[in-house]
Design a protein around this ligand. Structure first.
Ligand code: NI
Length: 171
């Protein structure tokens, strides 16, 4: 089931999300819905708060062509970051049509619980590293525009408020 994606500004996008203690059937179906919603958008990552659920869950697939590689991460934690930095032009499904260059560690090692409740560890590089950091930020109420200067951020927020007003009128 495709779920509606919240658009910034929204208080649910600013919350520190709660950890998941147990992977219930409801959370498994939420993860499936999130993947479906992400592929439909289309996007390469989605965090639970973006569909209004303030729990620590993200989904990703950074494969552009070829066999899809969906990854579901409950309670993801970055436990190592490289000194090396990389710059990517980031966007966000909650901030449509806005893109900005953001600098982050080029590689990160992440620990998480998978859909079967097993602990997983993986080192991410390239676009995967940027994506996983961007999505984990969402779980702490942080958006990529929070890395920009206050004026630029305000300008984008006003643009999004206008977009939301327009969409509300259309409904
Ligand atoms: Ni995002």
């Amino acid at each position: 089931m495709i779920r509606p994606i919240l658009i910034h500004p929204d208080p649910r996008l600013k919350k520190v999300c709660d950890p998941v203690a147990e992977i219930t059937p409801e959370l498994r179906s939420l993860a499936e819905d999130m993947l479906e919603t992400m592929y439909d958008a289309p996007g390469i990552g989605l965090a639970a708060p973006q569909v209004g659920v303030t729990r620590r869950l993200i989904v990703m697939d950074c494969i552009k062509e070829g066999t899809p590689e969906p990854v579901v991460l409950f309670n993801p934690v970055v436990f190592w970051s490289s000194e090396d930095r990389s710059v990517y032009e980031e966007g966000c499904l909650s901030i449509p049509d806005i893109y900005n260059e953001i600098t982050r560690p080029a590689e990160v090692a992440v620990r998480w619980t998978d859909v079967d409740g097993r602990e997983q560890e993986r080192q991410f590089a390239g676009i995967w590293a940027t994506c996983v950091q961007h999505e984990i930020d969402h779980l702490d109420g942080k958006l990529f525009i929070d890395y920009l200067g206050p004026l630029k951020r305000q300008m984008i927020t006003r643009k999004m408020e206008k977009l939301k007003r327009e969409r509300a009128r259309e409904d």
